[in-house]
Design a protein around this ligand. Sequence first.
Ligand SMILES: [Fe+2]
Ligand SMILES: [Fe+2]
Length: 360
Amino acid sequence: MAETAVESDQLVFSFDELMTEDAYEEPLITGGVRCHGGYIGGKYVSPRGAVRRRAIANWHRRLAADGLPVVVVPDKYVPPSYPNYPQAKFLLTEGVVDPLTRALTIISIVEGFGARIREVQLPDFDREIKESIDGTSLAHLGSGLFEAHARDEAGHRDQGGHKQMWEAARDVGLDKPDIPNDVLLRLMTGGSRGERKRAFPELSERMEGMITMMANVLIIETFADNTFTWAKQLLGDPEVSADAERAAHIVDCIARDEVPHVDYLTVALSELRGHTLCSPDGTFAIPGSEVIDTIFRGQLRGMATQRPRENRERLRTEIRQAIADESRATRIARTFEDLDAGWEFPHADDEELDILLSPA
Ligand SMILES: [Fe+2]
Ligand SMILES: [Fe+2]
């Protein structure tokens, strides 16, 4: 890999540095679309990583040197994919394709929504954080990190991003399936999100909004891990996939691209924990750890308990409807339910659903 000079102690980077691409020998072209990233020595290398990768590693090392822990989403709260791989494979072998086409299409649309991270309004860090944030990932959120993340998800200029890559994986694996025409409708009616109550009204709306968004995206990105494993198994299964090797490869490329997202969000939220947050007029101050832990815990509770249960129930109904249209309905339904491994949704009061920290 062509080395771009980054000193091991460099902590300040320009926007252009954070966007720097590796010296690709071949582009990634899939479904006729030129996608981001490319190949070096036959291996896929994620986009905009020549400097960004090492920048994040340097900021992470600094956290460790400062003795600060990092926030983590515990594995046990990551809901499994539904339908699971054996169930999904069974549906495909029975010719019940629509629920999976719909699920994969929704993933691609949600990935595209990821570009909204560039719209996050940053607080006035100089005023609202007591200490200096020079040389932290926080100081780079608005000058490269959010923008690189947005481009990775939704694509940029002539390059497709995860939105287009998921569409390609779906079309390659399921052989260009008909897209159910209710996908957008289902997406818009799913989930009920009310007005969010401010947890720390003394802090600026921008500060609380930014932290909430980052915690939310970090949890979604962590939960996505199961989706990647599931999609690689299913679309990579030659018994049900039209092109198992290619489809699984595309999903694997997307999964690799997600690593820097989880990493910078983890580092930035963990840095904030170590700072003192202030109201814009400077009359109120609170340890960042208190704010981050409260917001992160609240987000995790909602996302690990209520929402996946609702999603699962909705999907179950959809799949039952799809099966009911088949003449062999009863047999298919019984086998499908037998393959369900179940999932113990954590209770919203579970005390362990707390922020968990690990050494940086
Ligand atoms: Fe993504
Ligand atoms: Fe991502």
